[in-house]
Design a protein around this ligand. Structure first.
Ligand code: GTP
Ligand code: MG
Length: 138
């Protein structure tokens, strides 16, 4: 599978009622949904998912937040998916995100920033396989 990225609509955006608007913006931008579920990460799952950040000062806060409520996890397909999706979501810190990006519109802070987007093709596959198995893909 190539040209895929992995996303999560994070607990803050779910709580704010923004699932529909965010999915609309994603599909309007030309991404096709290959797999999707509404789920919640346990603390252990959030720790594992964000293991690369384990040494960072915000790791505890990140794990706590990401397991604090339900999320939407999805695998998206488009040419140049990883880079185009990061462009669509905008800077990690919504204060620095371009106008019209998902984080500029829906995120509150660098910690609670509405959406996740994979940072490489390799991580997109790892993250997709973390949440989904073969029969979940369409
Ligand atoms: P993701 O798509 O979620 O991976 O975000 P990113 O790739 O734009 O940022 P990065 O991978 O560097 O950080 C992962 C997540 O950690 C961010 O999305 C934030 O939720 C959180 N994070 C990053 N920096 C900070 C910070 O300084 N403080 C807090 N509280 N959280 C942070
Ligand atoms: Mg990242």
């Amino acid at each position: 599978m190539s040209n895929i990225t992995f996303t999560m609509i994070k607990p803050d955006a779910v709580r704010a009622g923004n699932i529909g608007a965010i999915l609309q913006q994603i599909t309007d931008a030309g991404f096709a949904i290959k797999a999707m579920k509404f789920t919640q990460l346990s603390m252990d799952e959030a720790k594992k998912f964000y293991e690369v950040h384990a040494g960072r000062p915000f790791y505890g806060e990140l794990v706590e937040f990401m397991s604090s409520g339900p999320i939407v996890a999805a695998v998206l397909e488009k040419e140049n998916a990883v880079a185009d999706f990061r462009e669509l979501i905008g800077n990690t810190n919504p204060a620095d995100a371009k106008i019209g990006t998902i984080r500029q519109k829906y995120a509150n802070s660098v910690g609670e920033n509405a959406v996740h987007g994979s940072d490489s093709d390799e991580n997109a596959l790892i993250e997709a396989n973390f949440h989904f198995s073969g029969r979940d893909f369409f």
